[in-house]
Design a protein around this ligand. Sequence first.
Ligand code: AGP
Length: 616
Amino acid sequence: MCGIVGYIGFRKAYPIVINGLQRLEYRGYDSAGIVLANGNAVNLYKTKGKVIDLKKIAEDNITEGNFALGHTRWATHGIPNNENSHPHKSNSGNLVIVHNGIIENYDSLKKELIQRGYTFQSETDTEVLVNLIEEVQSQNNCKLGKAVQLALTNVVGAYAIAVYDISKPNEFIVARLGSPIAIGIGENHEEFFVASDASPFIEFTKDAIYLDDEELAIIRLGREIKIRNINNDTVIEPTIQELKLNLEQIEKGGYDHFMLKEIHEQPHAISDTYRGRLLADKGIIKMGSVDNNITKFLNAKRIIIVACGTSWHAGLVAEYLFEDLARIPVEVEYASEFRYRNPIINKDDIVIAISQSGETADTLAAIKLAKSKGAFVFGVCNVVGSSIARETNSGAYTHAGPEIGVASTKAFTTQITVLTLIALKLGNLKGELSNSMFHSYLHKLNLIPDKIENLLKINAKIEKIAAIYKDAPNCLYLGRGYNFPVALEGALKLKEISYIHAEGYPAAEMKHGPIALIDKSMPVVVIATKKGHYDKVVSNIQEIKSRNGKIIAVVTEGDIIVKDLADHVIEIPETEEAFTPLLTTIPLQLLSYHIAVMRGCNVDQPRNLAKSVTVE
Ligand code: AGP
């Protein structure tokens, strides 16, 4: 997820675009760049770091011109550095592009272009795209709009792009597939704005067009915008909407808090994490970093997972996944304990380090320790180029996009997604999963984003339940098997944003102590999915019921037994038990969110917490 801003018109473009980029920094903030055109004079500045760093460079130079395209980056292909930051130029220097999204087949396109003599300055998929456009334009001797359209029909992946030809600074081409792009229309077509959302131009115009997927727009000063379908070339009548949201609302996508926005982004984030990896129709899981180290993974005698907080909970889910699906023994370690426990690490152990930020000090130290003892360390991170990503021997990124809310939500589910893909792949390669089982799992996994999309419709119902328990002094969370870690995560979410004391437990542990806490003031969240030791969980619910505990049960659609026992029932769609954590965690995220809001807590920046704990 990156931020794109562009302007063409009668005003000075630089301040509009640079301020717009700062408003979009919630979308990505690891590098930034801007190209300015003043007639045929072109100035391009780009740098690793935040927009403020770009400002310093640009304002030491020329910022004149009525045309500009800017970008603030969230790295996916290529670490954050000056070369990989946008805008990117084509080999001839004539075409300039900014891009938000992931081009999955960029590698094969790049190889083809190299054979045709193209060279590349960066590691990005975006530079491949602008050179592909240049190649198509020279092959077909066509206009820029046509060249972009033809080039995009060869592209697999997601994109929102803005492209311009330096010889024609009064027009640019924007196109979309999967990533958002809005066009702001000035009076009498005397100026146009493009941006990933409307926040960069909301004070200039209330008229906006939101491009739909597979649409391409040709924007020329003084002319109507022309929109075409990229694949069938049909002309599309633009739909101009009047902007009603205020700035803060737009940045939060119309949600009240980044946390709620990020909870609702999970279907998209998981699809992005699948992108180019989960090819269910082909019956394969493609993960370069695992494929390149497959011998190590297949010969691993043990997997040791190190992490902190929510990432540790994702590690605990992975323990069930690897042992159940790939029959590889797993130990899950708090990185802070692991680093000082002088742990026994054997050479055929694999250590998996999980971290959203990639900067957590204890996890980083645990990695260094494991490496010093000869272990192969594989990272699962969300921030490209982060310290942990650089310190590990190899790894896989979760493509959750920037997570602004301190309470981790979409990073948790995308971490579980990456670990599920690896466990399934190894299980099949080791023969623990037959090809037919493997294929059926892949198809069921592919359905998860839509299932979450539907599940999110329970938001209002969860809000009602939250209103009943917002003043509870304590809360217990119970789960078994795959959903024991989800119970821990649910408790952590409630603790960290509502400040209610909450604890998660394996449901069977109740009798060994926590059941003493149960009375009519104790809400107990119980995860009782159909295939997860269901009967046992039902009897745990009866134990709580008989002590007047208040039960909020998360069950599989169509459940009839728990319905009669619990005070509140939240249904999740049916799926494989191994995949249920991706669903059962959603209502728990929403419950903690609504309780925290009702208690007037600062949901996005809870007290005493930081998004990344870089000290021990
Ligand atoms: C989770 O909501 C918290 N923000 C915290 O527990 C977090 O998971 C932990 O600090 C680990 O962070 P990391 O994933 O960035 O390493």
